[in-house]
Design a protein around this ligand. Structure first.
Ligand code: NAD
Ligand code: UDX
Length: 471
């Protein structure tokens, strides 16, 4: 395959920005440009305050961006100049957002690939030489065909395109590690001579730092579907363990012990079996819904229902968690205060997209409780936006909502505390102090991944653990 000297990413988000940074860091011989239409975001990538809070990312970004290696020129650039970047690049990686469609046919289920299609149109119109166009965004299965159509019908005379699929599997909080040492890289291509050659050219870039056997080439549509399938299977494990946690709470079995028992079977494995308030994050729900939509379009209603059940269990886990605490207060939360520790969708991130904490807080507010929230990374304005609470307009509710600067502050005067995100900092909270500042009945509710019930009970707390019966 041809050696590559210039790659352009379009979309400097979580995926585009982080992937470009690792690629530029590992491939000093390749010029990498990341284009975003959002000038503020582009500026943030050029600064010390990256738009993405990932451990180790700033160090990775700085080396190629600021030319920190003695012999190295700068090879990572963030810009809003889309046309010029497209023209220079041999490979264009599209990593724009593909949210669930909000209105019209398929709304609530179908991934909205209109932004991606606009970008592809822009590539077709700007390119003056042959390009490899890579779908990195998660897309509905079959999008590769649409992308090919747009490119073919809008290309300048003589300009040819190859379309590849290269879905991203990084998880937030561990993005750098996942990008440096991925379990696998998928490259989907058309099964033609030029398709295979394009895949090989792109694979040679990844092969700079990833063992060859981890770079898997397959057909375009297998690759598109594999992304949805991977997220559906990961989320399915969490819903399976959470569904079992309901049985545990009713029978006296302990979900942590059950997870250990089943996860010790090498065919099952231990990962993604931690019982929780449910899964959150920007990907699982939207990608499963996309899969459900695909099944419905194919008139596979029973298959659609099978995948959708993963989401139903996830919703149930949140509502029944609120109900469990409310029942502890004789179903009356008026005058009671609940502290919520952690508002992001998981630890080590400030991302709140689809966070379970949003529904938990709304549930307690709806029941009449006061709620105080602390998260180490999420800003007050973000929390209010996610809850849809406008301080000025919603006086009544706002009186019952406080955003705090520490876990201890949030717990002061609270009757119950719910650890919604398993941050280490909550594990090592000064729980003795918290016991003193809280109000009877001092209920602590969370996952055994973060809380030790024996220790907490000895301090005077009433402890409720997900997937464990209270005797
Ligand atoms: P994001 O919202 O963080 O970033 C998308 C970026 O694209 C934004 O900065 C936006 O300004 C930019 N953009 C939108 N339209 C543009 C245009 N016309 N020209 C240039 N830039 C434009 O999204 P993300 O989380 O990085 O996700 C991107 C894709 O990757 C999605 O399809 C998502 O499903 C998938 N994905 C995300 C994750 C994750 O953990 N976040 C993991 C795997 C896959
Ligand atoms: C996920 C996939 O893991 C990743 O491969 C894909 O590219 C994007 O979607 P992400 O959403 O960033 O990544 O985080 P992940 O670690 O998978 O956690 C998702 C949610 O599941 C979080 O709310 C987390 O707290 C929850 N979770 C995870 C559990 O409830 N139990 C577990 O055992 C693991």
């Amino acid at each position: 395959p041809k050696s590559v000297s210039y790659i352009c990413f379009i979309g400097a988000g979580y995926v585009g920005g982080s992937t470009a940074a690792v690629l530029a860091n590992q491939c000093p011989h390749i010029q990498v440009t990341v284009v975003d239409k959002n000038a503020e975001r582009t500026k943030a990538w050029q600064s010390e305050n990256l738009p993405v809070a990932e451990t180790g990312l700033l160090d990775i970004v700085k080396v190629p961006r600021d030319g920190l290696r003695p012999s190295q020129r700068k090879n990572l650039h963030f810009t809003t100049e889309v046309e010029e970047s497209i023209q220079q690049a041999e490979i264009i990686i599209v990593s724009v957002n593909t949210p669930t469609k909000a209105v019209g046919t398929g709304s609530g289920y179908l991934l909205d690939s209109s932004v991606l299609e606009d970008v592809v149109m822009c590539i077709a119109r700007s390119a003056r030489s042959n390009k490899i166009v890579v779908e990195k965004s998660t897309v509905p299965v079959g999008t590769g065909e649409t992308v090919r159509d747009i490119l073919r019908n809008n290309a300048h005379t003589g300009v040819k395109f190859e379309v590849l699929s290269n879905p991203e599997f990084l998880a937030e909080g561990t993005a750098v590690q996942n990008l440096l040492q991925p379990d696998r890289v998928l490259i989907g291509c058309l099964e033609t001579k030029s398709g295979f050659l394009a895949a090989e050219t792109f694979a040679s870039v990844y092969a700079t730092w990833i063992p060859r056997e981890r770079i898997i080439t397959m057909n375009l549509f297998s690759s598109e579907l594999s992304k949805l399938a991977a997220n559906a299977l990961l989320a399915q494990r969490i819903s399976s363990i959470n569904a079992l946690s309901i049985i545990c709470e009713a029978t006296g079995a302990d979900i942590q012990q059950v997870a250990k028992a089943v996860g010790s079977d090498s065919r099952i494995g231990p990962h993604m079996l931690r019982a929780s308030f449910g899964f959150g994050g920007s990907c699982f729900k939207k990608d499963i819904r996309s899969l459900v939509y695909l099944c419905k379009c194919l008139h596979l209603d029973d298959v659609a229902a099978y995948w959708e059940a993963i989401l139903n269990i996830n919703e149930k886990q949140k509502s029944r968690s609120v109900a469990r605490i409310v029942s502890r207060f004789n179903n009356n939360m008026n005058g009671k205060k609940i502290a919520i520790l952690g508002f992001a969708f998981k630890e080590n991130t400030g991302d709140t997209r689809e966070s379970c904490a949003i529904d938990l807080v709304k549930g307690f507010l709806h029941e009449g409780a006061s709620v105080s929230i602390y998260d180490p990374l999420v800003q007050e304005s973000q929390i209010r936006e996610d809850l849809g609470i406008d301080c000025a307009a919603d006086g009544g509710l706002d009186n019952r909502l406080t955003i705090c600067q520490s876990g201890e502050e949030a717990c002061t005067g609270a009757h119950g505390v719910l650890v919604a995100t398993n941050w280490d900092t909550f594990r090592s909270l000064d729980w003795d102090h918290v016991a003193r500042v809280m109000t009877y009945p001092r209920i602590v509710f969370g996952s055994s991944a973060c809380l030790d019930p024996n220790v907490l009970e000895s301090m005077g707390f009433t402890v409720e653990i997900i997937g464990k019966k209270v005797w």
